[in-house]
Design a protein around this ligand. Structure first.
Ligand code: TRP
Ligand code: SF4
Length: 406
């Protein structure tokens, strides 16, 4: 894929607004997003319409959950100066693209997405035999294709959704092909790079196309990757013009698999709200202490003198995330020899979690005190996202011959 030679890969990911986030989200997703925003062109959004696919009967909680989740994102280090942070429903272009894509999406593709049946089984108390729920993965495809994302960081459970997104992109490109006046537009785009660069680009293209000079192709691609002043659309045109592939209207994204969070819940299972075993990012230090002090430990340690086995203890899993080698050694030896009590063993874990949460909570408190600021960040981010979305939608409308309303 031509865009991969670009130093600035486009990254897009979203989360349904479930309210306040916990340490599982932080270790599993947010830290990864925060790292990515440094060296990628990142778009992160709150998928509030996706929340409606399962909670259409109780929409009144969604708005507050959007704000609460955004506060936790920002408090965890997502930075509106480094990433575009927005809300799905504030970029209504997603709905239009979803509609257009729905026209060419075979029902069977949606019906066979594993999450469709799985979630219906899991959420039996809700009626999910709806049009919107069936379309969940297609709405997600629209989210992704809208930004021509190269990489979509997601967990294992979302891989099938990225796969269908790739299939939709392929089908779209196959049906609606390349731009009508592609050559003329590519020539025009070349002109926008400046005379000298344009001449070099044309020369390298000629060398590749006439003599199959692979080195010239590489050089030309590197040249394009360096260009700061051309739009994504023009850049793609120029890539496609080089190797004769034309301009792909909706490039296929790749999943960037986030490895399963190492962060276990208080009971050693996966940390999840539905298991009631979470440490929310905004739990007070006292609450953190209380929760960890009452965590279950190796059941073999009934009395202080009973030796234990850390492998049977969720506290040990916390040590593996939070403690230095030295402290781990101390805990493990002390446990096996009954040299320390479980409360002793938990002390450094309590302190480490509290220390990790302290700066997050300080930032969250500032944002809670200034709700206008959060709203403004989401509004600005959504406006910026809209510009990109508009450009893609215009390309799509044109490819589908929907130009009569302009
Ligand atoms: N379905 C995703 C989840 O439940 C959320 C989501 C919606 C998303 N649109 C997306 C993730 C686009 C990545 C890209 O986690
Ligand atoms: Fe768990 Fe530590 Fe108690 Fe051993 S000493 S059972 S590792 S809490």
């Amino acid at each position: 894929m031509s865009t991969q030679s670009s130093p600035n890969l486009r990254v897009l990911s979203g989360m349904r607004p479930t309210g306040r986030l916990h340490l599982g989200h932080y270790h599993g997703v947010l830290k990864n997003w925060v790292d990515m925003q440094m060296n990628h062109d990142c778009f992160f959004f709150v998928a509030d319409w996706h929340a409606l696919t399962t909670h259409y009967e109780t929409p009144e909680g969604i708005a507050a959950n959007v704000t609460e989740m955004a506060i936790d994102w920002l408090a965890s280090g997502l930075n509106p100066a480094s990433a575009t942070i927005f809300v799905q429903s504030m970029v209504p272009e997603h709905a239009e693209l979803h509609l257009l894509l729905s026209m060419m999406t075979p029902l069977s593709w949606l019906e066979r997405v594993p999450t469709y049946k799985d979630q219906q089984d899991k959420l039996r108390e809700r009626d999910l035999a709806t049009y919107g729920f069936l379309g969940y993965p297609l709405l997600q495809s629209a989210d992704i294709l809208m930004y021509k994302a190269d990489l979509v960081p997601v967990g294992e459970d979302q891989v099938a959704h990225i796969e269908i997104t790739r299939e939709i992109a392929r089908r779209f490109n196959h049906l609606y092909g390349r731009e009508p006046d592609f050559e003329a537009r590519a020539e025009q785009a070349a002109g926008k790079m400046g005379k000298k660069t344009a001449r070099l680009y044309r020369e390298l293209r000629r060398q590749y196309q006439e003599q199959g000079d692979a080195e010239a192709l590489e050089k030309a691609r590197a040249l394009l990757a360096e260009q700061q002043n051309i739009s994504i659309g023009d850049r793609e045109r120029l890539f496609g013009y080089l190797d004769g592939s034309g301009k792909v209207i909706l490039p296929e994204p790749r999943a960037a698999l986030t490895r399963a969070s190492r962060m276990p819940g208080l009971d050693g299972q996966k940390m999840s709200k539905s298991y009631g075993n979470t440490i929310p990012l905004r739990d007070s230090p006292e609450e953190v202490e209380r929760k960890i002090r009452t965590m279950p430990t190796d059941p073999a340690r009934v009395r202080r003198n009973d030796p234990g086995n850390p492998d049977n203890c969720p506290v040990w899993q916390f040590h593996q995330i939070y403690s230095t080698e030295e402290v781990q050694q101390w805990a493990s030896d002390g446990c096996r020899r009954a040299g320390i009590g479980c409360i002793d063993c938990k002390r450094p874990v309590i302190e480490a979690v509290q220390a990790e949460l302290r700066p997050i909570q300080e930032r969250a408190a500032e944002l809670e005190a200034d709700p206008g600021k959060v709203r403004a960040i989401l509004k600005q981010g959504s406006e910026a996202a809209r510009q990109v979305a508009r450009a893609t939608l215009d390309d799509v409308l044109e490819a589908m011959c929907f130009t009569h309303h302009r």
